[in-house]
Design a protein. Structure first.
Length: 524
């Protein structure tokens, strides 16, 4: 049996390496190496579930660098390039082999779907339902990041029998499918709650199915808030269902955070990726300016290694005009423990989602906006093991600090919005949203793709414009990119489908300035 499993894993690795084109979804859903007898210990199930988890925030170092350090990290205002990348996401001129990663890299979609097929086979042979439900929750978490990068993507017909080149869904259809998949997963777990997942196959919740339901509902709430301007009726329905205790509830405690704890005995890929060469990614000026102005005690947990004399925390301006390691090495590093988990969603974010639901959209979130806002800050302080949340929340005078470039190379003379911390119930809806999103943004540090989505959806937080805009006038420096362009491989191998999607679903040219379906806030 051991030899049979090793034979499968070797064959599977070859198959996944070959499946680099997004048009080959049929092939990756048919696994000729799959053994018919898993064995009592479920080695294959452990491997497949681990591989699926490794597609959310990619486990592969190179893939993680592109998706979460160089793309999400910079567009979210958390990271800046610490290496001499003349063409990059942060300069709005990234090449195709950068912008294509979310859709074309074999470590994301092909790995996800081929391993889901293994889990499906396991469930069918063993009469189980819960592992497949968990896999579908993870699938939504992974594919959410893909659609929020490009807009319309292949989803409903990935792996459909007889379809060699996969059609796209509109982003609205993708989100509707996400809700359906999450609702079905929640129903299945609740119905088959007596089932168990092998704890070693679950490095997120160690087999605790109730926490998987909480994560599914929390993810559902994230999706609902995302589409609140595009489909207010559906957003309200999904959000209020998500927080209903009768449906299993949402993440409310840091012990329930959705994080992949696989790296307790290995190295977190973001740690490795950010420290490539002369540290390819460093802390951005944007988040440090906000946190410096607020005297935020979480800074010691977020940043390290500032070498400028007399400066405790300083970040690099994103999209720098000119670069030299002689000054870049003096800016703060991103503080990451090499063995820390990869965070997917934390309790603080869920509290801020509920605060925005009440304050901005008038939903019933089970409490007041102020209570959820304060709880979000408290949970974040607790998550990072720092004290002083009460004093921080009582501060009604501190505002983000101005940017002063210690190197003098990439200055900026503008100012960030003078938004204070303390909740103000008398503030306008717009000011309440800005205050919530700023604190949510700080609490979600390192979840750059989620921050980028909030910036496009709400316009907050306001970031320092990049020093160099290489988009040729396509991208507004004050707004930033709305999306990434489709991979060139799609036009070569899946041309009819991608061209149909651009014409009928994207509603604009395939460039970085075309807004996504949900990015439709009035006046933005």
């Amino acid at each position: 049996m051991k030899n049979q499993i090793l034979k499968f894993m070797a064959g599977g690795a070859i198959a996944l390496t070959a499946a680099a084109c997004t048009g080959d979804y049929l092939d990756i859903n048919t696994n000729p190496f799959e053994p018919t007898d898993l064995g009592a210990d479920g080695y294959l199930m452990v491997s497949a579930m681990s591989n699926v988890c490794g597609t959310v925030v990619p486990a592969d170092v190179n893939c993680n660098q592109f998706t979460d350090c160089l793309l999400g990290g910079t567009q979210g205002g958390y990271f800046a390039d610490g290496a001499n990348f003349l063409t990059s996401f942060s300069r709005y001129n990234a090449p195709n082999n950068w912008t294509s990663v979310f859709l074309s890299d074999s470590k994301i979609i092909p790995t996800l779907y081929s391993n889901i097929a293994i889990i499906r086979g396991y469930c069918e042979r063993n009469g189980q339902h819960a592992p497949m439900a968990v896999a579908n929750i993870i699938k939504v978490a992974t594919m959410l990041r893909v659609t929020d990068c490009y807009g319309p993507i292949p989803y409903s017909q990935i792996g459909a029998e007889g379809v060699m080149m996969t059609p796209y869904d509109s982003q609205e259809e993708v989100y509707n499918a996400f809700f359906a998949d999450l609702n079905q997963a929640i129903t299945d777990i609740n119905e088959y709650s007596s089932e168990q997942i092998i704890p070693t196959a679950d490095a997120v919740y160690a087999g605790n199915l109730q926490n998987w339901v909480r994560f599914a509902n929390s993810l559902k709430l994230r999706l609902a808030v995302r589409i609140a301007y595009a489909n207010p009726t559906l957003a309200k329905q999904m959000a209020e269902e998500a927080i209903d205790p009768a449906n299993g509830g949402v993440i409310e405690d840091n012990n329930q955070n959705a994080s992949w704890k696989y790296y307790a005995s290995s190295t977190n890929p973001m740690y490795t990726a950010s420290r490539y060469n002369a540290h390819d990614s460093r802390a951005a000026a944007d988040i440090i300016c906000y946190m410096n102005g607020y005297s935020d005690p979480r800074r010691e947990k977020y940043f390290e290694g500032c070498q400028w004399p007399g400066v405790d925390y300083a970040g690099i301006r994103r999209g720098w005009e000119s670069f030299s390691t002689s000054w870049s090495v003096n800016f703060c590093d991103i503080a990451i423990n090499p063995n820390e988990p990869l965070m997917w969603q934390n309790a603080a974010e869920v509290a801020f989602l509920r605060a925005e639901g009440v304050a901005v959209f008038g939903w019933n979130m089970g409490g007041t906006a102020e209570s959820f806002y304060n709880k979000g800050v408290e949970l974040s302080f607790e998550q990072y093991g720092v004290s002083g949340a009460a004093d921080y929340l009582a501060d009604n005078t501190s505002v983000p600090a101005g940017y002063v470039d210690p190197s003098g190379v990439n200055p900026w003379n503008g100012t960030l919005p003078a938004v204070t911390i303390k909740w103000d119930e008398s503030a306008t809806t717009e000011k309440k949203q800005e205050r919530i999103i700023i604190q949510k943004w700080i609490a979600n540090y390192k979840l750059g793709n989620e921050a980028w989505a909030d910036i496009r959806r709400t316009g907050y937080p306001k970031l320092i414009p990049v020093a160099y805009n290489g988009s040729g006038g396509v991208v507004d420096s004050n707004r930033g990119p709305e999306r990434m362009v489709y991979p060139q491989d799609e036009y070569t191998n899946n041309g009819d489908n991608v061209n149909f999607a651009v014409t009928n679903y994207l509603k604009g040219p395939d460039n970085m300035a075309t807004k996504l379906w949900w990015a439709c806030k009035p006046g933005l």
